[in-house]
Design a protein around this ligand. Sequence first.
Ligand SMILES: Cc1ncc(COP(=O)(O)O)c(C=O)c1O
Ligand SMILES: N[C@H](C=O)CCC(=O)O
Length: 431
Amino acid sequence: MNIQHSKELYKEAESHIVGGVNSPSRAFKGVSGGTPVFMEKGEGAYLYDVDGNKYIDYIGGYGPIITGHAHPHITKAITNAAQSGVLYGTPTALENNFAKKLKDAVPSLEKVRFVNSGTEAVMTTVRVARAYTGRDKIIKFAGCYHGHSDPVLVAAGSGPATLGSPDSAGVTSNTAKEIITVPYNDIESYREALKSFGDDIAAVLVEPIVGNFGIVEPKPGFLEKINEITHDAGALVIYDEVISAFRFHYGAAQDLLGVYPDLTAMGKIIGGGLPIGAYGGKMNIMEEVAPLGPAYQAGTMAGNPASMSAGIACLEVLEDKQLYDKLERLGRKLENGLQRKADDAQVPIQINRKTGALTLYFTSQPVKNYDNADATNSLHFSTFFHSMLAQGIHLAPSKFEAWFLTSAHKEEDITATLDAAETAFQAIKNS
Ligand SMILES: Cc1ncc(COP(=O)(O)O)c(C=O)c1O
Ligand SMILES: N[C@H](C=O)CCC(=O)O
């Protein structure tokens, strides 16, 4: 595959933009190097690069693009919003409409606030929990990623883990001291942490279904126990649903799992591809937020008409239940096919899948926490990744990221992906 123009653009990018990318996850550091491909068009399940190559896309913009690229209903909503002026600095009816729609879909959101990114949403839930409880410490789980605000860049998964810097430089030791990290799916470690720091804990922050050391589901009873132990200690439960909200069904993962937090952070899908974040939860806790309460949070772009319009339009598309049935059907076909091809090539893999999101790990051991994911074979992943890319299959360049199907993917895309995977597994076998 000729990617000459991408190579030239990357060289140029490196002289203007740090590392040539605006988010480290897009660099190829986790796959033994190579040139990030420069895309110029997305349509349905496909991306087209600057050299005219076509790819079946499984990144989906790292999650937001669940209805496929340039979905006509969402594109129309964004176009209409742009034609009406993109920012007023006043409230709009769109914000009310979207807030009502989100609250209807996720009943634990008694009040919401829109922000511009998942990072902001999580960062503010932490601040609000501290304001409400009058305590400072937060418990999080190793390898979960909650954006790039200072406190959550301790033992972070996703991009930081890929770059080998889960504890970012520049986070003060005092900030790091406020964060206690325990392994995901290990309730005894969690209980111990609360025993040791109980009265100082403001909240626990958790991805109810993990997306950032691959897709990892909670063990039965794990989230229920977290709620019980946390509330007994007078602390709050925060769910980071930036990846999981509207990913597996119309609503948040909490509604699928039947376990409910005090506060929830969301982003990605709810913006239909435009920048967004939202947080919300119990009324009395949310009333800590300015202008009602003393916890300050603001935003020039917060609730902007284009993001609101795109988000409403995206949810309108997602209201069709058949869409999630399709994601399940295609996800199952992809999972089964990948497993079969790997078995044929005698390459040990594990696949964790939930509906249309999956992670293929190069290991023979089940992956239930970050250490399991970290221990998987990075060289095999790099070989697989580069072989797939050269065959027009666009995966995230990290063994910690998920593959995201969209409602635009077709059966034939899965078949083409499995054909490519056969070659990629053979490349590993011959390496
Ligand atoms: C679970 C989770 N929380 C928070 C974030 C941060 O969101 P954003 O990149 O929109 O700031 C992400 C992804 O980046 C995420 O996956
Ligand atoms: N896994 C991250 C968020 O979900 C990827 C986004 C990024 O780091 O650019």
